[in-house]
Design a protein around this ligand. Structure first.
Ligand SMILES: Cc1cc2nc3c(=O)[nH]c(=O)nc-3n(C[C@H](O)[C@H](O)[C@H](O)COP(=O)(O)OP(=O)(O)OC[C@H]3O[C@@H](n4cnc5c(N)ncnc54)[C@H](O)[C@@H]3O)c2cc1C
Length: 541
């Protein structure tokens, strides 16, 4: 706390590094920066560690990554001691894991909780970052490390009358800590992205009635989540080093990768048989451990899309509802592909209604519920499963100012500009963990996070050894990287749909493909080469 009689300058605490965020990224950054012997302070809005898994406590919240890789690999002892109960870990277990990591490595002591970083300004004269919090404290840091997450800025749609609703309303990404009882309640869910698809089957089981408001039908693949047997756990633990190494160099950081053959080179019956067999296994492997042309070639993608469309028809009893649920007009997996546990089956329940917003759009939210152009859907609880201002939102919601007071938000007003997704010109000594222009959300994020933190710490070590005090990207390197990120995306089907990967869920957000789509392994190679060549593309002074 600041002393009332001291000037702001005197009250400024000097540290080597300021870290923002206490999710996977912030925790690992604190661990590694401490190892380097840096003095640091870390800040977190929430009351505890966990990030995504602290905030997203909605019913059914779960990871779609296989548990044994959705975790840290930096400590062999941690890896061997911790045992996941299920193939896909659920929110309480992941939160427990991150709390365990924080305790085990004494990371909480670095953090100041219930503290938002509101401003961070680079001071050219001192070559330091002045970090200000919503508590009015000031910290002067050599390095600014943002671990703010890619999906931490919850987005509520601008529907008129929201404040008038007399019932309870929640955003899935800012879920309350107490259990919400849906028993006997009329519940509405707006949004059928990954969070909605996870929450809907669970809410339907207890709600008196559930109304699902769907704007865009979504593809979804069954997760077939199961408990891990002691035998399976033993096998994973024995092989974990190899599994991790495979993930590091794979396309999406998961323990599967594309098959050698392409679907279009095979007979349709053979492809169908393979898709069916992978469908029974569940998980992302169905798409991302399958033929690579499914992601890149529209004709091949249609095979997978039609396969899912037929599955929806076979599961949903009412043909009209089935047709409303079937996605049309965009390639499968070009939007974030959800995994589900009985999502389509939920629409066979008597207590569930699907409202297709393309036929009957929402006009406003009223006291009693949601008003469409047809009727008022009366509700006691309204759930916004409406996603996030992804990748850029968590950074631009902080007033970050670089050289000459330039604001990051203004610099990125036409789309984010970064080098390797880790740094941005004009913002010296600021490092972003899984920033826009890095693979981040296109795969298993802990794999990405560890790579980024390791790279950043190696870079800081290099600077300290070389006596270098400032690092920032060259204009040319940043421009070339931005063009490369867009070029790679333009070669895929991902740009053929409006998705949050392109910022399309946020009114006015420039349509720019945000993550790097060249694959985790390829990206790691590029980052390593940059470092080997003395941080090529960066100006070090
Ligand atoms: C519902 C859901 C499911 C997901 N499933 C998967 C999955 O299956 N596989 C996968 O790889 N990834 C998944 N993700 C992505 C997930 O975000 C990452 O896996 C991972 O948790 C990111 O960790 P992080 O530390 O980078 O960010 P986060 O966990 O988002 O943590 C960032 C933290 O920074 C804090 N923060 C932000 N701004 C400020 C500020 N100004 N001041 C103070 N604190 C601030 C936030 O409060 C937050 O706690 C999922 C995300 C969601 C929302």
């Amino acid at each position: 706390m600041t002393h009332p009689n001291k000037s702001a300058k005197e009250n400024t605490e000097h540290i080597d590094a300021a870290v923002i965020g206490a999710g996977f990224a912030g925790l690992y950054a604190v661990y590694k920066l401490r190892e380097l012997g840096l003095t640091l302070r870390a800040f977190e809005k929430g009351t505890d560690v966990g990030g995504t898994w602290y905030w997203n406590r909605y019913p059914g919240a779960s990871s779609d990554s296989e548990s044994w890789v959705y975790s840290f690999s930096f400590s062999e002892e941690l890896e061997q001691d911790w045992t996941w109960s299920k193939r896909f870990p659920e929110q309480p277990e992941i939160l427990h894991y991150l709390q365990h990591v924080a305790d085990r490595f004494d990371l909480r002591t670095a953090f100041q909780f219930e503290t938002s970083v509101t401003n961070a300004a680079y001071d050219e004269s001192t070559n330091r970052w002045l970090v200000t919090t919503d508590r009015g404290e000031r910290f002067s840091a050599t390095y600014l490390v943002t671990a703010v997450g890619c999906l931490s800025a919850a987005q509520v749609p601008d529907i008129s009358g929201r404040e008038k609703f007399q019932g309870l309303s929640y955003h899935t990404g800012e879920w309350p800590h107490e259990t919400i009882d849906f028993n006997g309640k009329r519940v509405g869910v707006i949004g059928t992205g990954s969070s909605g698809i996870q929450a809907i089957p669970v809410i339907a089981k207890t709600a008196k009635h559930l109304t699902v408001f769907q704007r865009t039908p979504n593809f979804s693949v069954p997760s077939r989540n199961t408990a891990l047997s002691a035998e399976r756990v033993g096998e994973i633990k024995r092989n974990i080093k190899d599994i991790r190494e495979f993930c590091r160099w794979s396309t999406i950081g998961q323990p599967y990768d594309f098959k050698q053959e392409e679907a279009l080179q095979l007979k349709p019956e053979a492809v169908e048989e393979q898709l069916e067999s992978d469908w029974q296994k569940g998980g992302f492997e169905w798409m991302f451990g399958s033929y690579s042309d499914l992601v890149f070639n529209k004709e091949a993608n249609d095979l997978a899309a039609d396969f899912v469309r037929n599955k929806i028809r076979s599961v949903v009893s009412d043909p009209k509802t089935a047709e409303r649920l079937i996605p049309q007009g965009y390639p499968i997996a070009s939007k974030r592909l959800p995994l589900d546990q009985g999502y389509f089956e939920t629409f066979n329940r008597d207590n569930v209604t699907l409202v297709d917003l393309r036929e009957t759009p929402i006009e406003s939210i009223v006291e009693r519920g949601v008003q469409t152009n047809e009727t008022v859907h009366e509700l006691d609880v309204l759930v916004f499963a409406t996603g996030f201002d992804a990748l850029t939102g968590p950074l631009t919601r902080i007033d970050i100012r670089g050289r000459d007071g330039q604001s990051l938000k203004e610099k990125w007003s036409h789309g984010p500009s970064t080098y390797l997704g880790v740094a941005s010109r004009g913002f010296p000594n600021m490092f972003m963990i899984t920033g826009p222009g890095s693979p981040s959300v296109l795969g298993n994020m802990p794999t990405s996070i560890e790579q980024h933190v390791d790279w950043i710490c190696d870079c800081i070590t290099h600077m300290r050894e070389a006596g270098t005090t400032t690092i920032e990207p060259d204009a040319k390197a940043e421009e070339t990287w931005g063009a490369h990120v867009q070029e790679l995306a333009n070669d895929t089907l991902f740009v053929q749909v409006d998705s949050w990967y392109l910022g399309a869920n946020i009114p006015g957000k420039p349509r720019v493909f945000l993550p790097y789509i060249g694959g985790f392994g390829a990206y790691r190679t590029l980052c390593n080469k940059v470092a080997e060549k003395g941080y090529e593309g960066f100006a070090l002074n």
